[in-house]
Design a protein around this ligand. Sequence first.
Ligand code: CAA
Ligand code: NAD
Length: 284
Amino acid sequence: MERLGVVGCGVMGAGIAEVGARGGCDVIVVDAVEEALDRARVRMAASVEKAVAAGKAAESADAILGRVTFTTDLSALADREIVIEAIREAVDDKVELVTRLDTVIPDSAIIATNTSSIPVARIAAASVRPERVLGTHFFNPVPVMPLVEVVASVQTDPDVADRTQAFCEDVLGKKVIRADDRSGFVVNAILVPYLLSAIRSLQNGVATREDIDEGMVAGCGMPMGPLRLCDMVGLDTMLLVSESLYAEHLEAAFAPPALLRRHVEAGLLGRKSGRGFYDYSDQQ
Ligand code: CAA
Ligand code: NAD
């Protein structure tokens, strides 16, 4: 597969498009919002420059970026072999997108969802070709984190899952693990309770945000503190993921802490909005 479509180019979509272009794919990126495309262009260019400078890209930045087209027009995906959706973590939005994709892309094309927490079967059921729908769960930041969880639903054709795994490994250069189609798959079912527990510690006044983060970095060897990681993921995404995990598993560890809700209600969404648990206004 060489013709890749990516829908949604926020935190994750821009990274997925970048690794696709670095892997030699012709990439078309679609977002509903023109400014999101502009921001993604800038972020992608900076990231590719960084990869080239670090000796991690086989080609020049111009050659890589020249393979990426940005548009707000979904019908531009008409010749794609695989489309990866990375729009916001809301089942109704993803279902609506899949039904629109069905009318645009070829019957033979694969639809992959980058959902963090919605069972793939729920999204696939909206499609006229559920056997060609599966999960490809990338990790943030996509150009750096090697993992993709490939998730076949009860309806996914095993050959589609095998071809998508080969695409992630051979073209995108990722490590793949297979995960069951349950909310949180393998990694988020373990990671998210830890992140929510850090937010609860802050909420309960156990320590300052800096000491909670320092505790997990200096004490447990984490590459960054959990509150900074929540800000990097996006607190709106953290809330939607937590709600979805809780709805599936009904375990208190997945329930969203009030402090997370308050931040989202206040528009403090983390790094992408300039402020979350920390202030990033000087980095915008
Ligand atoms: N392209 C390619 N490589 C890049 C790159 C780019 N744009 N930017 C950086 N790199 C490489 C660097 O060259 C470096 O490689 P080496 O180790 O070989 O030297 C490496 O990536 C680290 O780069 P930096 O030194 O710039 O960054 P850092 O050391 O400060 O680490 C970090 C930054 C990778 C974000 C690190 O803090 C980290 O791993 N944090 C945790 C991230 C994490 O847990 N992600 C998962 C989030 S949860 C999720 O994604 C699931 C969900 O559904 C919500
Ligand atoms: P985001 O909010 O940063 O970006 C979403 C983008 O999708 C926005 O640019 C928005 O304009 C666009 N969009 C929304 N609806 C659209 C539509 N119908 N058509 C076209 N574009 C549309 O979100 P994100 O953090 O990149 O998350 C995207 C997906 O990836 C979610 O399912 C999320 O759970 C998952 N995910 C996120 C992370 C993370 O760390 N943020 C990690 C892994 C997986």
